[in-house]
Design a protein around this ligand. Structure first.
Ligand SMILES: N[C@@H](CCC(=O)N[C@@H](CS)C(=O)NCC(=O)O)C(=O)O
Length: 212
């Protein structure tokens, strides 16, 4: 049995987790999830029925379930420390700050905008974790300016998640096409693990489209 069972759908945030799996060289088996007929294994592991969901097999019946894409990325870095994707002591502040900023405010700002939700009242904006879409994007821009990666000049697992928000956002027009975002995404697209993971998901998407 593979070390991990990976519930995913190629057209989902599962693409981020697959990239993370390839960054750590994980031994994993993919369980493709049909939205209209979810496998029992998925809903047993994750009652929310969302992908990505990762089941870590420790031998025998002992498993650990990890959900939430950001948590899956960091968990994989923890389980495979030899890959050097965890932050060094001096990098931890940036690592966690950027990781959580991308998983919280950036994600909420982008999704809210996609849903057509906006709040103009400054007082009500104070209750939103991201303030406003414009504030969140300007802050994201400022955070990424002047560095190659989240932790400076060294790639870490935070870049898989933060970078995926940027990569996905540029492809789907949900974040602005600014040089800082485009340059960062270009650096990340050079990663071998990124290319391997995307090739698998693009192939699955092409096959699904060919089958109608
Ligand atoms: N907060 C979750 C969101 C996961 C999520 O919404 N996944 C979507 C696909 S991108 C999904 O599983 N949708 C199917 C459904 O809700 O039934 C994460 O970051 O992993």
């Amino acid at each position: 049995m593979a070390q991990y069972t990976f519930f995913t759908n190629p057209m989902s945030r599962g693409q981020i987790a697959r990239w993370a799996l390839h960054e750590v060289g994980a031994d994993y088996a993919t369980e493709l999830v049909d939205w209209t007929n979810k496998p029992a294994g998925l809903t047993e592991a994750n009652p929310l029925g969302k992908v990505p969901t990762l089941v870590h097999h420790h031998g025998g019946d002992h498993i650990h379930v990890v959900t939430e894409t950001a948590a899956i990325c960091h968990y994989l870095a923890e389980m495979h420390p030899e890959r050097g994707l965890l932050p060094l002591p001096d990098e931890k502040a940036d690592y966690f700050r950027y990781f959580f900023f991308a998983a919280g405010p950036v994600e909420q700002a982008v999704v809210s905008r996609a849903m057509g939700w906006s709040v103009d009242d400054p007082q009500k904006q104070g209750m939103l974790g991201y303030g406003s879409y414009e504030r969140a994007m300007d802050t994201f821009d400022t955070l990424l300016t002047g560095r190659d990666f989240v932790c400076g000049d060294r790639f870490t697992m935070a870049d898989v998640y933060v970078g995926s928000q940027v990569d996905w956002g540029l492809n789907f027009g949900s974040i602005p096409k600014r040089a800082v975002f485009e340059d960062y995404a270009a650096r990340l697209r050079e990663r071998t693990a990124y290319k391997e993971a995307k090739a698998i998901d693009m192939d699955l998407i092409a096959k699904a489209q060919a089958n109608g």
